[in-house]
Design a protein around this ligand. Structure first.
Ligand SMILES: C[S@@+](CC[C@H](N)C(=O)[O-])C[C@H]1O[C@@H](n2cnc3c(N)ncnc32)[C@H](O)[C@@H]1O
Ligand code: SF4
Length: 375
């Protein structure tokens, strides 16, 4: 299912915890979209299969784009690729951008058909800790208005493990989400990324540090509650009602191909993985594709095996030895089967025929287990 990712690298303000590439200045706002369209034309042949099934506006803050800019970008995709009539087109949005008029135009005057709202918490003290640009009321207004204008394919992001987020508040956040009857949730543990304001403020003891036990307890509550409400945990941080899985993100997890456009975006076409520069000035002044692409890596068979193990183990589809045999051969199957035994004994992995899936206990150690299975 080939897809296109568009990185929109602007934010009104930087959240303390975030190390995604984005500028908290609008200086390059008007030269950015032409540069993005230009990159799209240069790289239209990167995906051998031009039948595009998903488009994802990510960021940064794509809801800072004007409606006509969104239409110009989708229009250029239609010119250069074959955009499936049923394509999933997602836009990530911050609650503070979502007025009635914006949402109404987004729903009724663009092809965007899936909305992802970065709520993070329904409590102001958590939002203040994170240094978000919105408050709890605007998060609720954004969800209610998005539903009112007709968005049904919707998802929100909630962060757990915030030091101000006590257990009852986390349960309440989930309850509010269930009450809104939204079909998809992405939920991540707060991670203290290097060189972020959060890391600095914690070091200076201006903000309380995260606590691993609290995070684990929140994760357990998340699994219990989503299961009780009929959500499928189809990836470790993603929960959906049947029929509402993110097709775009599933492409990443299932080893599919995608073209990433915009500064810092990644691309993968089955043979090579490449990263764009994380530098706006260089991005907009580049004269060829070579100036935009920072690094290109032709993946070895072992690297592709490791990636398959890492991403598949995090999904409900699990890691399949039949797939390993067909794609990588017997040697890789033997390696995998021998290494995974330990985790089956420890009840961290369950085996169902050819398929190996993390148990709820195993999900707490997903990355560590995958690393042990690498070649
Ligand atoms: C990078 S944002 C882009 C979308 C939008 N600007 C927003 O804030 O929702 C995508 C998601 O990643 C989450 N995220 C980024 N850094 C994180 C971190 N260090 N810990 C947990 N979640 C993080 C954000 O909170 C958000 O839900
Ligand atoms: S979390 Fe979203 S809004 Fe906050 S800085 Fe990162 S990209 Fe921007």
């Amino acid at each position: 299912m080939p897809g296109i990712y568009l990185h929109i690298p602007f934010c009104k303000q930087k959240c303390y915890y975030c190390n995604f590439y984005s500028l908290a200045s609008m200086q390059y706002r008007h030269v950015f979209v032409p540069a993005l369209l230009r990159e799209m034309r240069w790289r239209k042949d990167y995906l051998q299969d031009k039948h595009i099934q998903t488009v994802y506006f990510g960021g940064g803050t794509p809801s800072l784009l004007q409606i006509d800019e969104i239409n110009r970008i989708i229009g250029e995709i239609e010119n250069l690729f074959q955009l499936d009539a049923e394509a999933e087109i997602t836009l990530e949005a911050n609650p503070d951008d979502l007025s009635y008029d914006y949402l109404n135009a987004l729903k009724n005057s663009t092809a965007v058909n899936r909305l992802s709202i970065g709520v993070q918490s329904f409590f102001d003290d958590d939002l203040n800790y994170l240094h978000r640009g919105h408050n709890a009321d605007s998060a609720r207004f954004a969800i209610e208005t998005a539903k009112r204008v007709g968005f049904s394919n919707m998802t929100i992001d909630l962060i757990y493990g915030i030091p101000t987020l006590k257990e009852e508040k986390w349960e309440k956040n989930l309850q509010i989400f269930f009450d809104y009857d939204i079909p998809h949730l992405s939920s991540y543990a707060l991670t203290v990324e290097p060189k972020t304001s959060l890391e600095i403020l914690i070091k200076r003891q201006k903000l309380k540090n995260t606590d691993e036990d609290q995070s684990i307890r929140h994760f357990e509550i998340l699994l219990e509650q989503t299961q009780q409400h009929g959500f499928i945990q189809y990836e470790i941080s993603n929960f959906a009602r049947p029929g509402f899985y993110s097709k775009h993100n599933s492409t990443y997890w299932l080893g599919g191909h995608y073209l990433g456009l915009g500064p810092s975006a990644h691309s993968f076409n089955g043979r090579s993985r490449q990263w764009n520069v994380k530098n706006m000035k260089q991005y907009i002044t580049s004269e060829t594709t070579e100036h935009i692409v920072l690094e290109k890596e032709i993946l070895t068979e072992d690297q592709r095996f490791n990636e398959y193990v890492l991403t598949s183990l995090r999904t409900s589809w699990g890691c399949d030895t039949e797939h390993i045999l067909n794609v990588f051969g017997e040697k890789h199957v033997a390696h995998f089967v021998q290494k995974i035994r330990k985790y089956i004994k420890e009840n961290k992995v369950a085996q169902k025929g050819n398929v190996y899936i993390l148990t709820n206990t195993g999900k707490l150690f997903a990355d560590g287990i995958a690393a042990e299975l690498f070649i």
